[in-house]
Design a protein around this ligand. Structure first.
Ligand SMILES: *Cc1c(COP(=O)(O)O)cnc(C)c1O
Length: 398
């Protein structure tokens, strides 16, 4: 949990921000695998614990490697404060537990990560938090869902897997007119492509597991925002409840941030090429990618994001049988639910990532049985096309 404001450019911050060299003069950031820190005296121990003196105490809430990651990500999102967490879900949990109380109300997009729906609807509801789900791009539904006890508006843009894009500025105005906070899960764009706080959002959620790592190695997350919002009760929840990022994982994510902007450019270029190719395939009914002119929010995405990201979804005729046949015909794409990796992955959302949603909620969020999601990695696009062609040819031949 630390502060960062800088005049340096994004790519400079991505490789430099937050590093504090030790007396060893290391070039690469060190890992501090230590659970606690030693004080010089009883007086210093007391001062650290009371907060009179800043400094390390215990790695549940103060660790130098984790702090370097927090500072670097805060610099990239151009916010004051970041709290790193054990996972993306822990970041969302920490936000709710840190800032809300029983009886508070959340308005949430229907098109959020499936586990986020489960967290709000099944777990947090047991502790008196109420959630209303609304279609991501329906401004009127958002306005109508806001009540006097609404504290948070929560969304992902672009959404996963359908890549719908919401207007962050408009939703921030709605939240602020009603005394609520706007929370944006910025997982799919990362700060390399979109900086929600610059568009009016109050809090940013990350699953560092995805593009921040970028090579499918570690699970982690983060919450970012102003010092007031993130450095107070929210950090207090992390300190007392302990959904903490490990120093080793923080180090892996730091290395990931160093190549983030290069990777996001490559993911975006590959995804656009694959999306355009999919549009030409006879067995494909519809392609979802914000970089396509046919995407309903293409204009908004072009304004709000600096590129369109690595997630492409498409619908095939014939429902689950056809979709599964394409998945099972691949040789190169990994059949796994993760995204944000240099290795491309393919998923059937209705039976995996979104399988725990109630079927009506899934339908209403537009996740059909014929829908497939590809998280486009960094292989040669021609090889990805050839891999999808095995299954697609069987469908058009049938
Ligand atoms: C994966 C994901 C999460 C959850 O993150 P974990 O690190 O898996 O806990 C939250 N939001 C989005 C958009 C995700 O893709």
């Amino acid at each position: 949990m630390t502060q960062r404001k800088s005049e340096l450019g994004f790519d400079t911050l991505a490789v430099r921000a937050g590093q504090v060299r030790t007396s060893e003069g290391e070039q690469s950031e060190p890992i501090f695998p230590t659970s606690s820190f030693v004080f010089e005296s009883a007086r210093q121990a007391a001062a650290r614990f009371s907060g009179d003196e800043a400094g390390n105490i215990y790695s549940r809430f103060t660790n130098p490697t984790v702090r370097t990651f927090e500072e670097r990500l805060a610099a990239l999102e151009s916010v004051e404060c970041c709290v790193a967490t054990a996972s993306g879900m822990a970041a969302i949990l920490t936000t709710c537990m840190g800032l809300l109380k029983s009886g508070d109300h959340i308005v949430c997009s229907e098109s959020v990560f499936g586990t986020t729906v489960v967290l709000f609807e099944t777990l947090l509801s047991r502790f008196g938090l109420k959630t209303t789900f609304v279609p991501l791009t329906d401004m009127q539904a958002w306005s109508e869902a806001v009540r006097r006890d609404t504290r948070l508006l929560f969304l992902e843009t672009p959404s996963n897997p359908l890549t719908e894009v919401a207007d962050i500025r408009q939703l921030a105005d709605l939240a602020h007119d009603n005394g609520a906070l706007l929370v944006v899960d910025n997982c799919l764009c990362t700060p390399a492509l979109q900086r929600p706080v610059e568009l009016g959002a109050d809090l940013i959620i990350h699953s560092a597991t995805k593009y921040l790592d970028g090579q499918g190695r570690c699970v982690g997350g983060a919450v970012l925002g102003s010092r007031d919002l993130v450095g107070g009760d929210l950090f207090g929840f992390l300190r007392s409840a302990g959904p903490t990022m490990s120093p080793f994982n923080a180090w892996v994510f730091l290395k990931g941030l160093e190549t983030l902007s290069l990777r996001m450019k490559a993911h975006s270029a590959n995804a656009l090429a694959l999306a355009r190719w999919l549009e030409e395939q006879p067995a494909v009914r519809r392609v979802y990618y914000p970089g396509l002119k046919t995407h309903p929010q293409h204009e908004l995405a072009s304004r709000q994001q600096s590129d369109f990201g690595g997630i492409v979804a498409f619908d095939v005729a014939g429902g689950r049988d056809s979709a599964w046949r394409i998945v099972d015909s691949t040789r190169l794409l990994s059949i796994t639910a993760n995204l944000g990796d240099v290795k491309s992955t393919i998923t059937h959302p209705a039976t995996t990532t979104h399988g725990r949603m109630r079927p009506e909620a899934r339908e209403s969020a537009g996740i059909g049985e014929g829908l497939l999601r590809v998280a486009v990695g960094m292989e040669d696009v021609k090889d990805l096309q050839a891999d999808l062609e095995h299954g697609l040819e069987q469908l058009s031949g049938a």
